[in-house]
Design a protein around this ligand. Structure first.
Ligand code: ADP
Ligand code: MG
Length: 174
């Protein structure tokens, strides 16, 4: 049976972009926990946070993680998914976990260039570059703890996907 593949990492590291491409390369389904939440609640992440606070959002996020988990599925997760130990353990037990790792400057540049690509409210209300430094200083070790594989996400999407396939040893003869 083909285990699910979880992509973890900070906002802007490419979980959605790489996840879609990887799912096509493997002929897997693709799920995105943020997207799942929006579909099932008919609210944006920002709406949920405004109505229920970050704690409420985090609870729903854990439920979304379980709901989208299925065989032969690539799952892009929200940037804060690793904050809960239960989520880290769940992903490691259920499948292969891949950390798409990038420097905070690169993440900030991507998010400023395409602000609409990410609909989350800022976590701190500070400039995006400062925020990414701070968020990664808190979360980098959690991403490492949760991950079976760490991939350099500061390459072209094609290169990232190729390395991922190698790491997962799922590359198909073509
Ligand atoms: P995430 O889902 O992790 O928040 P996205 O996949 O939405 O990240 O990517 C955020 C932005 O960065 C998008 O505009 C996307 O096109 C761009 N991007 C993603 N991966 C790469 C990459 N490897 N190289 C350059 N730009 C990228
Ligand atoms: Mg995304």
């Amino acid at each position: 049976m083909s285990l699910p593949i979880y992509l973890i990492g900070a906002r802007g590291c490419g979980k959605t972009t790489i996840g879609r491409a990887l799912s096509l390369a493997l002929d897997y389904a693709f799920s995105d926990t943020d997207h799942f939440l929006q579909q099932t609640t008919q609210q944006t992440v920002a709406d949920i946070v405004a109505a229920e606070g970050w704690d409420g959002f985090r609870r729903r996020e854990s439920q979304a993680l379980m709901a989208v988990t299925a065989p032969a599925t690539v799952i892009a997760t929200g940037g804060g998914m690793v904050l809960a130990e239960d989520n880290r353990r769940f992903m490691r037990e259920q499948g292969q976990v891949v950390y798409l790792k990038a420097e905070p400057e690169v993440l900030a540049a991507r998010l400023s260039a395409y602000p609409q690509a990410d609909q989350r409210p800022t976590l701190t209300g500070r400039p995006i570059a400062d925020e990414m430094v701070e968020v990664l200083s808190q979360r980098d070790k959690l991403y490492h703890q949760a991950a079976h594989h760490v991939i350099n996400a500061m390459q072209t999407p094609d290169q990232v996907v190729r390395q991922l396939l190698q790491a997962l040893s799922l590359a198909r003869a073509s």
